[in-house]
Design a protein around this ligand. Structure first.
Ligand code: 13P
Length: 286
């Protein structure tokens, strides 16, 4: 199979009450690990990269690796560009082969967010790929995007309805109290707000800040309409902690294939758990 748009994948998830997990990948081993997890659980998969990773690896390397994975896999795979504020880079990534992009204009006033999102929706529609946009402001740190707790802002359900109607955006990430990075305590999720947004908006909703949300709260978010969950920090931590541990256990073992194999396995096991938690296991053929 080639890389697919994530729109139908996510619509099916919302209709059927589960969420597709979008894993942030920073390199080949991380990518392979989550693909193996999706294969083993027969789950649809979204591979996600930040703008920082596009700069680090190069979009053509990322697309080539993702395409190879999709061709060899028996499950549908989409490739998503996360939190991009730069229209030119979005167009370049789409031309290179990304099948989903997030235009993050959440730091702008509502009208400007509508304008910037509509511009991307128009391009994406012509290419038959997915677009995600954010309303409100998700707090925390995501690459270069830092949103202070005091500046984080929850999405308004009526604005969500207007936003989707005016932009035609096929997936929406409303800020509902989660944050990027690990939580210091428990996240302060506004479940009533998710329910209200889901009543006003029928497109799939995206849960940002998936790392560290207690399992039962993830399940509740999904039951209320969240159809995609982003996981970055936990995956990165599992990978790096495993490498750290390997090198501490045996500082003389400097063959990357040895410690990378263990790190890959750690990521794969974590990814399997997240897929199962989101109810996406066995949904590849839906
Ligand atoms: P975490 O780093 O909290 O998993 O958040 C991921 C995310 O939402 C990326 O957009």
């Amino acid at each position: 199979m080639s890389l697919v748009s994530s729109t139908p994948m996510l619509q099916k998830a919302r209709e059927n009450g589960y969420a597709v997990v979008a894993f942030k990948v920073h390199g080949l081993e991380l990518l392979q690990a989550v693909v193996e997890a999706a294969e083993e659980t027969q789950a649809p998969l979204i591979l996600q990269t930040t703008v920082g990773t596009v700069k680090h690896l190069g979009m053509h390397y990322i697309v080539a690796a993702a395409k190879t994975a999709a061709e060899q896999a028996s499950v549908p795979i989409a490739l998503h560009l996360d939190h991009c504020q730069d229209f030119a880079l979005i167009v370049q990534c789409l031309r290179a082969g990304y099948t989903s992009v997030m235009i993050d204009a959440s730091m702008h006033p509502f009208e400007e967010n509508v304008r910037r999102t509509s511009q991307v929706v128009e391009v994406a529609r012509a290419l038959n790929v997915n677009v995600e946009a954010e309303l409100g402001k998700v707090g925390g740190v995501e690459d270069d995007i830092v949103v202070d707790e005091a500046d984080a802002m929850l999405a308004d359900p009526l604005e969500c309805e207007q936003f989707v109607a005016r932009t035609g955006v096929p997936t929406l990430a409303p800020a509902i109290g989660t944050a990027h990075g690990m939580y210091k305590g428990e996240p302060n999720i506004d479940f009533d707000r998710i329910a209200a947004i889901a009543r006003h908006v029928s497109v799939p909703l995206v849960l940002h800040g998936g790392s560290g949300i207690p399992d039962e709260q993830v399940a509740r978010c999904i039951s209320l309409g969240m159809a995609k969950m982003n996981v970055a920090t936990e995956l990165k931590n599992a990978f790096s902690t495993s490498i750290q541990q390997s090198l501490m256990n045996d500082p003389t073992e400097l063959d990357p294939r040895k410690y990378m194999a263990l790190a890959k396995e750690a990521v794969k096991q974590l990814a399997i758990k997240k897929i199962q938690l989101c109810g996406a296991e066995g949904k590849a053929t839906l």
